[in-house]
Ligand binder design. Sequence first.
Ligand code: NI
Length: 184
Amino acid sequence: MNQMKERELLGIELDILRYPNPLLKKTTEPVTAFDEELAGFVEKLYAAMRAHDGVGLAAPQVGVLKKLAVVEYEGKSYTLINPRVLEKRGEQEGEEGCLSFPGVYAMVKRPEWVRIEFQDMEGQMHVTEAEGFLARAFLHEMDHLDGHLFIDYLTPLKRGAIRKKMMKQARGTSAEPPRAARRR
Ligand code: NI
C-alpha cells in the first residue's frame, strides 16, 4: 500500500515538523473560537500523535501557532486549550523525547507536581493536578506553546550535538517524499 493511501485510512492529515523548523521556536496565540473547526483540528492532532506513538503533541508541531496541545497517558486523553500552570512543586529527572526530534532522548529536570488550568473544546475552564510522568508530559507540551523545546534544558554541548544530528537528518533522505510525489 502506498504511503498516501495508508495515511488516509489512518485519518492522518497533519505532518509533524522537525527541529530545526523555525515554527517550533515561535510563541502562540490563544484559541478564541470554540467551534467545529477546532474540534476537527483536535481530532487530527490526536490522529497524528497516535500514528507516531506519541504521548503528546502540540499545535505548533504541526505548524499551527495556537495555544493547544493533546496528551494521552494510561488510557486517558487530555485536550489542553489555553493551558496555564497555576502551581508547581518538587523536582524530578527523567528521560524525554519529542515527536519533532525522532530518535533523540535526553534526561530533563522538571517539577514533580503541577496544578494547571485549561479550557476544553466548549471553552469550559478546568483545573487538574498531575505528578510524575503526566506532570512532565503536560509541562513538555505547554513549553511548546511558548516556543520552548526540551533541548533548551540541556547543556550547550549536548544541545549542540542534538542540533548537529537533526541537521544531518534534515539534509539526508527525508522520511517523507516531496508533496508532489506523494499526491500520485
Ligand atoms: Ni515535544
